[in-house]
Design a protein around this ligand. Structure first.
Ligand SMILES: [Zn+2]
Length: 478
């Protein structure tokens, strides 16, 4: 039986986070607005209207291109892409054809702990269409989204599995959000995927006709649709009926299957020509430098730095890069406490599980990274025990936002490190549990736990655990 290799390329449409639409001054945020209220004659495509390019959209496009290591075409332009569809009032889309904003970029993804580079073919700007909703009574049109600025990001066919495609899309999602180019809110449809999928016998380098799955709007549907499509293509191949031409397919989320919509259009079908109503775009060196300076540390760099600088595990680093607020909180705490290991365990295990229990977000609490660092310093100096810190004090910090020093004073929780006082506790614990003492003396080391537990209880959790162990050992030898 033939073994197959899957070849996948992705086109991603991401809404750029600008104040206004691409060619008019309508609000770029149509969320929760009544249908057809966020429109003007320009984005409705009325005859005689002149578009004006939104400079902020050019900047956000440049930021995304630079974050993706693209070469910038300082001279680029807009082109008309002609096609008829009811959600496109102009009868054409304003896009970029042969001079896109950015070309030849890279996006590194982490795949099974290894870095893999996916080449980016191009990034170009274009405007979005309106929205159709099909009701029982007919089809409704809402043009609020019409004219929204999009970056279309096209990858080379470097992706080999559905899982890899999902990881690429998730990495892109984070990069766009980190860089500020797009809010990429999936729930609001700000990021959508088209996946080109083909198969070939393992070892061949030729590309066979692909199927393009249109308009996938979640990471899960992206992965499921590719998996389904690969299975379908292998079946066709094996029964001698593989597609001879490229096709466009749609994904039916309910039935979990793709269906063929039409033969895929080629560039010639769109009769591109330079947009006559807009001057060419020019990105000066100053503008490029300004945009470059606006790019912060990106997720893959952050992932590697967290592992290198703080020795956190790969899975912890992955968790942190999903949540910038949390990772900044951790870093601040680790730097101030100079104890990254304990900071990591306090933030990710202890604090997060407490917050999850009460379904609270870190940003909703009054606890600060500086206060948590202080708490860790108090453990390190032996002022309080780890146990008291992670229970009573941390709980109080979360609920009141009070500083750990104040809580310790208020509740009298200072750790007891006085030898004679601890010796007293130990003697009491031994008297209370003669069986444990006898067991230990008979060589059963396990019984030690019961004695230590006894001391901690008698001391109200305040006895320094290391000293308790040392002193118990000494007393048991007598
Ligand atoms: Zn408008």
């Amino acid at each position: 039986m033939t073994k197959f290799e899957t070849v996948i390329g992705l086109e991603i449409h991401a809404q750029l986070s600008t104040k206004t639409k691409l060619f008019c001054s309508c609000d770029n945020d149509s969320f929760n607005k009544e249908a057809n209220t966020n429109v003007c004659p320009i984005c409705m495509g009325f005859p005689g209207m002149l578009p004006v390019t939104n400079k902020e959209a050019l900047e956000k496009g440049l930021i995304a291109s630079l974050a993706l290591e693209c070469t910038i075409n300082k001279d680029s332009k807009f082109d008309r892409k002609n096609y008829f569809y009811p959600d496109l009032p102009n009868g054409f889309q304003i896009s970029q054809f042969d001079q896109p904003l950015g070309v030849h970029g890279n996006l590194k993804i982490i795949l099974n702990g290894e870095k893999k580079n996916i080449r980016i073919t191009r990034l170009h700007l274009e405007n979005d269409a309106g929205k159709l909703s099909h009701e029982a009574s007919g089809t409704l049109l809402d043009f609020n989204r019409s004219g929204t600025p999009l970056a279309e990001i096209v990858s080379e066919p470097d992706i080999r599995t559905a899982e890899e495609a999902r990881i690429y899309a998730e990495t892109m999602h984070k990069l766009l959000r980190y860089s500020g180019a797009s809010d990429a809110d999936m729930e609001k449809g700000m990021m959508r995927f088209d996946a080109s999928v083909s198969i070939r016998p393992m070892g061949e380098t030729k590309l066979y006709p692909r199927a393009e799955i249109k308009n996938l709007n979640s990471f899960r549907s992206l992965e499921s649709a590719i998996n389904y499509e690969v299975k379908r293509q292998i079946e066709l191949w094996e029964s001698g009926k593989a597609h001879a031409t490229e096709v466009t397919v749609g994904w039916d989320e309910e039935k979990q299957m793709t269906k063929i919509l039409r033969e895929k259009e080629s560039a010639a079908d769109y009769r591109y020509f330079p947009e006559p109503d807009l001057p060419p775009l020019f990105a000066s060196d100053e503008l490029i430098a300004k945009c470059k300076a606006m790019i912060p540390e990106l997720p893959t760099e952050k992932f590697e730095r967290l592992i290198n600088d703080y020795k956190v595990s790969e899975s912890d680093a992955k968790f942190y890069i999903e949540d910038l607020g949390l990772s900044n909180f951790f870093e601040e705490c680790a730097k101030k406490s100079k104890n990254p290991a304990l900071s990591n365990s306090f933030v990710l295990s202890i604090l997060m599980s407490k917050l999850n229990e009460v379904e609270q977000k870190l940003s909703d609490t009054k606890i600060t990274a500086t206060d948590l660092a202080d708490l860790i310093l108090l453990i390190d100096s032996g002022t309080i025990s780890n146990n008291v810190a992670k229970s009573t004090i941390l709980d109080e910090m979360i609920s009141t936002g009070d500083k750990p020093e104040n809580i310790i004073k208020k509740l009298g929780l200072t750790q007891i490190s006085d030898t004679s006082e601890i010796e007293d506790f130990c003697k009491k614990a031994m008297e209370a549990n003669p069986k444990a003492v006898a067991d230990i003396k008979a060589g059963q080391g396990k019984a030690m736990g019961a004695l230590v537990g006894g001391v901690i209880k008698i001391s109200g959790g305040k006895a320094n655990p290391k000293m308790v162990n040392d002193i118990l050992n000494k007393l048991l030898l007598q």
